[in-house]
Ligand binder design. Structure first.
Ligand code: SF4
Ligand code: SF4
Length: 409
């Protein structure tokens, strides 16, 4: 009797996606500080050389410290001075005020206590998973449980805001719209990159709310050992998926900077955790991504995500990473077949281009000779001729679990 029938895969997909949507609807209703502050336009009325700072303060609603920084004021006595007296042209002053207002609006939309709590939760959760990964303790059930926790905590409970994807997307979109950088977001981006470097994209593998949901969906369509799809799963060529991702990033950036338009926003799949913000187009898109996610590992991450691309570059200097001990490796390539994407095959043979590894641990758990680890060592070069012959499944030592070409033990 199969572990899970194709019908059960579809039913569990409907159940999980429906549950995430339903719980997110409930949670977003009670989450405080969720609603984005109204992004109002610029300051009303025109400026002239005779406009005083006090008038600008009233029309813009900017608090004194921001006004002082924006116009370079020395103190309260400058409030009655005109732009001409300050040596500013109306155009220059308007541009500075609009930038300050854009930064102010970004700050108003944030719940700082929630942000600190979310980063604290990420730190603790990723720390636990990291230890499990280092000790090779990520069995299929532990993996599924950890992914479910990530979806529940970082997605349903905390919502779509604050994500690795958002730090890249929103930085570019804000720059395109207002010509400003929001410093707290840059700090968050630096933290996410640090996590990606410390643990080979660990934040994407286990912490990102939408990455975890895609991963969970993909694993619904896997056999008991998490090595093969119940319904056939595909491994698209990395050259294709990355080319699409680079092109998408380039178009997104060009449109954001050239036309002040964020083309990701209407289809942002992270809004599944705030379903009321999902329009019809967004709902169709996120449904399509999650349906594709049953058959292809993390389609949004591999084909579209801006942080996916940036994190893949950061991954090149990651400290902890998947490593093969070629002294004990018997070249059976079971790890490469069990890996949900093409990356383990590339790591195993040390290809010039290594695709994204999401540190899921399947390869570590699959290797019959325990030759794969997740650690700080440098990757050793492949011994010459190691993979020259046909896969040597027969060389698997006695007692070690053997997996056939289909990934079935
Ligand atoms: S690549 Fe995937 S996991 Fe990483 S930020 Fe993007 S959606 Fe999240
Ligand atoms: S190489 Fe593949 S199986 Fe191994 S941790 Fe990375 S994504 Fe998972």
């Amino acid at each position: 009797m199969p572990y899970r029938s194709p019908v059960a895969v579809i039913v569990s997909w409907v159940f999980v996606v429906g549950l995430v949507l339903g719980l997110s609807l409930l949670a977003s209703g009670v989450r405080r500080g969720e609603a984005e502050a109204e992004r109002s336009g610029g300051m009303g009325g025109a400026l002239t050389g005779g406009t005083t700072v006090a008038e600008i303060a009233e029309r813009s609603g900017l608090p004194d410290p921001m006004l002082r920084d924006a116009l370079g004021l020395r103190g309260p006595e400058d409030r009655e001075r005109t732009l001409s007296e300050l040596g500013l042209t109306p155009e220059e002053a308007k541009e500075r005020i609009q930038r300050a207002m854009a930064l102010g609006r970004e700050g108003e939309t944030k719940s700082w206590r929630k942000i600190v709590a979310k980063f604290g939760a990420w730190g603790m959760f990723l720390g636990v998973v990291f230890v499990l990964m280092r000790r090779s303790r990520l069995s299929p059930s532990v993996r599924l449980g950890a992914l479910a926790v990530a979806v529940a905590v970082f997605g349903i409970a905390f919502g779509p805001e604050q994500s690795p994807k958002g730090t890249v997307k929103d930085t570019i979109a804000l720059w395109g719209r207002s010509g400003v950088l929001f410093p707290p977001r840059l700090i968050a981006l630096a933290l996410f990159l640090a996590m990606a470097i410390a643990g080979n994209k660990f934040i994407c593998g286990w912490g990102c709310q939408f990455g975890a949901l895609q991963d969970l969906v993909f694993r619904l369509n896997r056999d008991r050992h998490d090595r093969k799809g119940v319904l056939r799963q595909l491994k698209p060529s990395f050259a294709v998926s990355n080319a699409v991702r680079v092109a998408f990033f380039a178009v997104f950036t060009a449109v954001a900077v050239g036309w002040a338009t964020d083309i990701i926003e209407p289809v942002d799949p992270f809004k599944i955790y705030s379903p009321k913000a999902l329009g019809a187009v967004g709902l169709v898109f996120v449904g399509a991504v999650l349906a594709a996610g049953l058959f292809v590992y993390r389609p949004w991450c591999h084909f579209f995500c801006p942080f996916g691309l940036v994190g893949w570059v950061a991954e090149k200097v990651s400290i902890n990473r998947i490593r093969v001990n070629y002294d004990t490796c018997v070249a059976c390539e079971q790890c490469a077949r069990a890996c949900p994407s093409t990356v383990m095959g590339a790591i195993l043979k040390q290809d010039r281009v290594i695709p994204d590894c999401f540190a899921c641990g399947v390869c570590v758990e699959t290797c019959p000779t325990k030759s794969i680890s997740f650690d700080r060592e440098k990757r050793a070069p492949v011994p010459e001729g190691k993979f020259a012959e046909a896969p040597r499944a027969a060389a698997v030592p006695e007692g070690a679990e053997q997996v056939d070409q289909q990934g079935t033990p």
